[in-house]
Design a protein around this ligand. Structure first.
Ligand code: ZN
Length: 638
């Protein structure tokens, strides 16, 4: 039995899942289900990425531990994946022990291979991306190309992986294996990057604590991106050289959105080369969806509400639409109108009508699946097309042309609808003489529906089952091999009329309704960008006080942080401040600073911080706000 190992990226838990992550994961689910249909031994991995500076910062902002934050966020993914009827075999969390052990083993192997060295890193860094950018990537304003926000100049000691050493081997591999990176546009992009020269990449962070410590230097954690890539083998039990690892690696396909192709198509394979592990067979990066021409974002308030769409159209129609409407691999532009039109044309008309017309005539004239006794015109054409459809779909699924695979299935659906027209099957009920022919035509329609049900089952699992029930089959035994031969549907089984699978939708009504869905409005920006005023009472809600620094000390493993004890007159407070790169602890004692005294306490690196000191923070410089003359500690600042 062939194996098929498919992965999605592990999604970062700093935000809840959205349409983009759902799109990747549904596509992977479709391929996983298709290969199960073929009889392959499939392993389908998805999961979440839980380490790194963003999680550390977010947890500190919320005043909870990083683990608590991850424990709150991970279920938002599993909940949505259940709703989307995904068939993943594992949901990996990077805070799990088997992943940590696997990542440590992987980094140790890289270290032993001699491809890791320590060096000082200098560069422009985006904390949100947790990535360094080159001048070329940044442009003149030095803003992050993803976030369009200023990057910081960062210099730190990091460990590096000798990526440049693998440039030639990588190039040779990409050139020799056209399927390795797909689609073609992404392949060309990666080829350009590799041809123009690779720089070594940093694989550790000394300034971050929320991560997996480097096995050969516990004062650093593994850089979250490097650690995340390891998940594709740790999930299989790489740490213990487990049975799954030996069985499924290398992956048949890593599925992802196009923004993260470089990590997967350059760094990951080079690291695998360094420790002599086989490379994944394919990196496939799909495009991005926009909403009526605009980038989808929470601040724009144009997030596509998954719940509202599933509520309106049903889950299978949702899965169908996103897999069919957009050319898989390219960008696509969403609009409610497109959904309604596609739904009415393909699902209500083409497929829905075929089922209801066929079953209506069978129920009325035969009551059971008729015997195919009387061959006639067009029969062979329909049969042959059904066979061809199976082969064409297989080729298209192998090319990851998911939308074209569906189109090919629908060509068959439309052909069978035409067969009903051409043969005027409804008119054959008049005499006993023609009834044999009528039964044969209807049998062929049902047999075509049986084929269609099997072929659409990876995309629309519930609909496939409903069609099967309607034509008198049970849910079991529906592999691709069951439709290899025409005529597998047993005659004689009692048939009732079909309930409509996809009732028609009124375009105008549905669009209006969806536009008033809560999520479509929820996150509109509150005029903050142009008019960022607060009221006097909002300002008075802040309790600012004169605080005198009693002592200051460095925090181990946190280069930027100092722990301060401050005197507030009536009480003493402990505060963690990110000023260690600008102030020596001994210079702070006796200084008077401004403390935000009623800030929610937070744990930073496990250390309680009861307030915040104010400072002017530029890109490189930082200065604490202080007073022109000495004031009694605790005095209110207004
Ligand atoms: Zn960024």
């Amino acid at each position: 039995m062939s194996t098929f190992y498919i992965t999605t990226p592990i999604y970062y838990v700093n935000a809840e899942p959205h349409l983009g992550t759902a799109y990747s994961t549904i596509a992977a689910d479709v391929l996983a289900r298709y290969h199960r249909l073929k009889g392959d031994d499939v392993f389908f991995l998805t999961g979440v990425d839980e380490h790194g500076e963003n999680i550390q910062t977010l947890a500190a902002e919320k005043g909870i531990s990083e683990q608590d934050l991850c424990d709150q966020m991970a279920p938002t993914f599993t909940k949505l994946w259940n709703k989307l009827n995904l068939s993943n075999d594992i949901f990996l969390r990077t805070t799990s022990e088997f992943h940590k052990r696997g990542a440590i083993k992987f980094l140790s192997a890289l270290h032993e291979a001699g491809d890791i060295y320590k060096d000082k890193y200098k560069g422009y860094y985006c904390r949100r991306c947790e990535s360094f950018y080159t001048n070329r990537e940044l442009g003149d304003n030095k803003n992050c190309p993803v976030h369009k926000l200023p990057t910081e100049w960062v210099e730190e000691e990091n460990y590096f992986f000798a990526l440049s050493k693998y440039q030639d081997r990588l190039l040779a591999h990409i050139r020799a294996n056209p399927e390795f990176i797909q689609p073609e546009s992404r392949r060309n992009e990666i080829l350009n990057v590799v041809e123009s020269g690779l720089r070594d990449v940093s694989i550790s962070r000394g300034s971050v604590s929320w991560g997996i410590p480097l096995p050969f230097d516990q004062t650093h954690v593994i850089y979250v991106w490097i650690e995340a890539l390891c998940n594709y083998i740790t999930a299989l039990g790489y740490a213990d050289d487990g049975e799954k690892y030996r069985k499924y690696w290398p992956a048949d396909i890593h599925m992802m959105g196009k923004d993260i192709t470089r990590f997967h198509a350059i760094i990951w394979p080079a690291m695998l080369m360094a420790i002599d592990l086989p490379l994944p067979k394919q990196i496939f990066a799909h495009g991005f969806l926009t909403n009526q021409g605009e980038k989808i974002s929470k601040t724009k308030g144009n997030v596509i509400d998954i719940d509202a769409l599933i509520g309106e159209f049903g889950l299978d129609a949702f899965r169908y639409f996103f897999m069919r409407e957009f050319s898989f691999g390219n960008d696509g532009d969403y609009a409610h109108e497109r959904f309604v039109l596609r739904y009415n044309a393909d699902l209500a008309n083409d497929l829905g009508n075929l089922l209801s017309r066929t079953l209506g005539l069978v129920a009325k004239n035969f009551g059971a699946v008729p015997e195919p006794t009387t061959p006639g015109e067009f029969d062979d054409e329909v049969k042959e097309m059904a066979r061809e459809t199976i082969n064409k779909v297989d080729a298209l699924m192998n090319q990851r042309s998911l939308d074209m695979a569906l189109e090919t299935i629908w060509e068959l659906v439309r052909r069978v609808n035409r067969y009903i027209q051409q043969t005027q099957v409804w008119s054959l009920a008049k005499s006993e003489e023609t009834k044999g022919r009528m039964g044969t035509i209807l049998y062929n329609c049902m047999e075509a529906l049986r084929t269609v049900a099997v072929l659409i089952s990876p995309f629309m699992p519930d609909t496939a089952n409903r069609i099967r029930q309607h034509i008198g089959l049970d849910e079991s035994d529906q592999g691709l091999d069951t439709v290899a031969q025409w005529g597998g549907l047993p005659a004689g089984k009692t048939i009732g009329r079909a309930q409509p699978l996809f009732p028609r939708k009124d375009l105008k009504k549905v669009v209006e309704q969806l536009e008033s869905a809560p999520e479509a409005k929820a996150e509109k920006p509150q005029a903050k960008t142009t008019d960022n005023l607060i009221s006097m009472s909002e300002f008075q809600g802040m309790d600012l006080r004169v605080a005198e620094v009693l002592s200051a000390e460095r925090i181990p493993k946190a280069d930027r942080l100092l722990k301060l004890q401050v005197d507030l007159g009536s009480e003493k407070r402990q505060v963690v401040a990110g000023i260690a790169e600008h102030y020596a602890p001994e210079d702070l004692v006796g200084k008077q600073v401004i403390l935000v005294a009623n800030l929610e306490p937070a744990k930073i690196r496990g250390i309680e911080s009861q307030g915040m000191v104010l400072a002017a923070a530029g890109k490189k410089e930082l200065a604490l706000a202080t007073f022109e003359k000495e004031m009694p500690p605790g005095t209110q600042v207004r």
